[in-house]
Design a binder for this molecule. Structure first.
Ligand code: 5GP
Length: 193
C-alpha cells in the first residue's frame, strides 16, 4: 500500500500555527493531526489529550529513553515531543497526517522524512507577531521577550521549507494550506513524488 503524506506546519511562536491547524481540522476530516506531548503547564482553556498530552519532566524523559518520540525540542523553556507510534501508524495505513511543531523539531523530522511536505507560516510583520503574543495573555514578560528574540532567528529558516505562507488572515491561510495539501495529493497520485 502507498504510504500517506506527512505534512509539517512550522513557524515562529505566535504566528498562529495552532489557529490555522484548528481551522484546517474544522473543514477537513480526511487528514489526521498529531497531538504533541509537553511538559508545559496547561493554559486555562486547554484540555489534556486534546490540545496536548501534558506530562511531568520525568515522564517525558522516560518516553524519550524508550524511543517513543519522532522528535523532541526544548521550546521557550519547556519540552515538546511528537509521539512516534501514531504518526507511523497513519502513514503506513496510507493516511495523511499533519504535525504542528517548532523549527528545531521540523529539522529533526527532515532527517528521517525527506519526502515530507514542509510548510512555513510567516507573520505579516514583527509588530503583528508581538501584538499576537501579547494578546494571548498567557505569556509572562520574560516568556514574551524570549519568544520574540527566538522568532527573528526562526524566520531565517524559511529557506529550508517547500512552501511559505504569510499568515495575515487566518481564513485565507487555511485556504492556502488546503491548496498545498490538494496539490501534493495530486502529485502523489500521478507518481511525481
Ligand atoms: P505553545 O507552548 O505556544 O503551545 O507552543 C510553543 C511552540 O512549541 C510552538 O512553536 C509549537 O509549534 C511548538 N510545538 C508544539 N508541539 C511540538 C512538538 O511536538 N514538537 C516540537 N518540536 N515543537 C512543538
Amino acid at each position: 500500500m502507498q504510504k500517506g503524506i506527512l505534512f509539517v506546519l512550522s513557524g515562529p511562536s505566535g504566528v498562529g500555527k495552532g489557529t490555522v491547524l484548528e481551522g484546517l481540522m474544522d473543514d477537513y476530516n480526511d487528514i489526521n493531526y498529531s497531538i504533541s506531548v509537553t511538559t508545559r503547564t496547561p493554559r486555562e482553556d486547554e484540555i489534556n489529550g486534546d490540545d496536548y498530552f501534558f506530562v511531568s519532566r520525568e515522564k517525558f524523559e522516560e518516553m524519550k529513553e524508550k524511543n517513543q518520540f519522532l522528535e523532541t525540542a526544548k521550546v521557550h523553556g519547556n519540552y515538546y515531543g511528537t509521539p512516534r507510534h501514531y504518526v507511523e501508524e497513519c502513514l503506513s495505513k496510507g493516511e495523511d497526517i499533519i504535525l504542528e511543531i517548532d523549527i528545531q523539531g521540523a529539522k529533526q523530522i527532515k532527517k528521517e522524512f525527506d519526502d515530507a511536505v514542509y510548510i512555513f507560516l510567516l507573520p505579516p510583520n514583527y509588530e503583528e507577531l508581538k501584538t499576537r503574543l501579547e494578546k494571548r495573555d498567557s505569556e509572562t514578560p520574560e516568556s514574551l521577550k524570549r519568544r520574540l528574540k527566538n522568532a527573528s532567528e526562526e524566520i531565517s529558516e524559511v529557506k529550508n521549507y517547500d512552501y511559505s505562507i504569510v499568515n495575515d488572515k487566518v481564513g485565507d491561510t487555511v485556504e492556502e494550506v488546503k491548496k498545498v495539501i490538494k496539490k501534493e495529493r495530486k502529485l502523489k497520485k500521478r507518481g511525481k513524488v
